[in-house]
Design a protein around this ligand. Structure first.
Ligand SMILES: [Zn+2]
Length: 298
């Protein structure tokens, strides 16, 4: 029987064809035991075989601290999301402090994490906030620590796709002055092109007050967001490859495991028991006090 899972040996061969040997592919794309069940796997496999080596090259040929390098790291996490069966979108939170640079990654986990909030940017910001709270939960998201290019403190977010309104709000809440975007998304994006003006006024006011700059990957060498044009199609395809499938699955309720009435009710029964014989049970003492209040005639 044909094994339709990711063929690491084949990816390795493609990697060598592009001049990279000894790359630990399993470290880049951890095995997904459910790979055979993911939608469109027959398209995803050849895409990853052809394009993972390009992402490796994209990072290794980029100038350190460049848009292309940061986008390359975000792409690795996007590829990882793709191979796990969800949207191919990755993000990177870049933090410079006291001459050091920290790179903190996120990836889409919508169809894989049982968590409707898991957009790539949300995942990266969740990691940053968790770290700021002193937790270790997202330690594996800190992908690189190095000497910064200068001693200025700064923040930037890089995402492989134009952020949706939900993510845009959180980006503004973090007062991130520079947002790098790999690919526009006229259908659902909110920070690039005409869509940027379609948010409620508050977010435009905040964006102007914070002086937020949004830069979209392009092939103009004079531009801050320049990337080698050969990689632009990879950025585009990584998302578009399975978008329709996942969009359709979302409409049909691929996340029903987390939003389905029966599943939620099962969670409630697990916490509060199944017994029900028409009596009211009030769990909140405040509500109990309100419902128990007697009206007094004065
Ligand atoms: Zn989003």
């Amino acid at each position: 029987m044909k094994n339709e899972g990711l063929n690491y040996a084949k990816i390795d061969a493609c990697m060598q064809q592009r001049g990279y040997s000894g790359v630990n592919i399993q470290a880049i794309l951890p095995p997904n035991p459910n790979f055979d069940k993911i939608p469109n796997k027959t398209i995803i496999v050849p895409f990853i075989e052809d394009n993972l080596p390009k992402v490796v090259e994209m990072i290794n040929t980029a100038k350190p601290y460049s848009f292309q390098e940061y986008l390359g790291y975000a792409m690795v996490w996007g590829m990882r999301a793709l191979s796990q069966g969800t949207y191919g979108i990755g993000a990177l939170y870049i933090l410079n402090h006291e001459g050091q640079e920290w790179l903190i990654a996120g990836r889409n986990g919508l169809a894989t994490d049982m968590d409707t909030s898991k957009h790539a940017e949300m995942d990266a910001i969740d990691a940053v906030e968790s770290i700021a709270r002193g937790e270790d939960t997202y330690k594996d998201r800190v992908i690189l620590r190095r000497k910064a290019r200068d001693d200025n403190d700064r923040k930037m977010i890089m995402t492989s796709l134009d952020p949706c309104p939900m993510c845009r709000v959180r980006i503004h809440n973090h007062n991130i002055p520079l947002v790098g975007v790999g690919n526009e998304d006229t259908f659902a994006g909110s920070m690039v092109g005409a869509n940027a003006d379609m948010m409620p006024p508050l977010w435009k006011i905040i964006m102007e007050a914070q002086g937020t700059q949004v830069t979209l990957a392009n092939d103009n060498p004079q531009n801050l967001a320049y990337i080698d044009p050969q990689y632009l199609p990879v950025v585009k395809q990584m998302f578009e490859l399975n978008r329709d499938d996942i969009d359709r699955a979302l409409k049909e309720g691929v996340l029903s495991n987390i939003s389905d009435i029966k599943t939620i009710a099962l969670g409630l029964v697990r916490m509060f028991g199944r017994r029900f014989n028409n009596e009211e049970k009030i769990f909140d003492p405040g509500i109990k006090a309100i419902r128990g209040a007697k009206s007094i005639s004065l």
